[in-house]
Design a binder for this molecule. Structure first.
Ligand code: T46
Length: 138
């Protein structure tokens, strides 16, 4: 996986009655969960995201359907397919993300380490490259 990203497997309590996945903040995800949001009904061919966060850390889970997540740093890029509700994609500081190829039934749930603020977003790729090159330099 690229820098500041990782897959997290959650305990799947499956049986004849179905599936149950439990997620605890600071235990199963590496932060206190301050916010949860979910994205549904994304039309075909739409790509969302196109930004990075300075402070926010998140875990993305696809509860139903499938979605692809492109994650990038100035030197690395990877596309992760999410289609298993017991696996989450952790995205740490200063990683650019784009979400695409949503299926009609996709439910993308996001666990976030911070309350919403528009000031944590970097939406301009030039600005991102400048800040990220500095952030990731050894
Ligand atoms: C991210 C990816 C995975 C709020 O008012 N509160 C919120 O908590 C969020 C997440 C969004 N908004 C507002 C801001 C915009 O007016 O909802 C609108 C759509 O947000 P945005 O265009 O940023 O949505 P995405 O899908 O491009 O990005 C979202 C998150 O914003 C972002 O943090 O990492 O999902």
């Amino acid at each position: 996986m690229i820098t500041n990203t990782k897959m997290i497997s959650f305990q799947d309590h499956s049986g004849k009655l179905g599936h149950l996945v439990a997620i605890e903040g600071n235990r199963d995800v590496p932060f206190e969960i301050k916010r949860v949001y979910y994205i549904t009904g994304v039309p075909e061919h739409v790509t969302r995201g196109f930004h990075s966060h300075r402070k926010l850390e998140q875990v993305l889970l696809c509860l139903n359907g499938e979605v692809k997540i492109r994650v990038k740093t100035p030197r690395e890029e990877e596309t992760v397919v999410l289609n298993d509700p017991s696996k989450g994609l952790f995205i740490g500081h200063m990683v650019w993300r784009e979400m695409f190829d949503f299926t009609p039934s996709t439910v993308l749930m996001v666990l976030a380490s911070e309350y919403y603020t528009k000031y944590d977003y970097i939406r301009d790729y030039g600005q991102y490259s400048a800040e990220a090159n500095n952030f990731f330099k050894e």
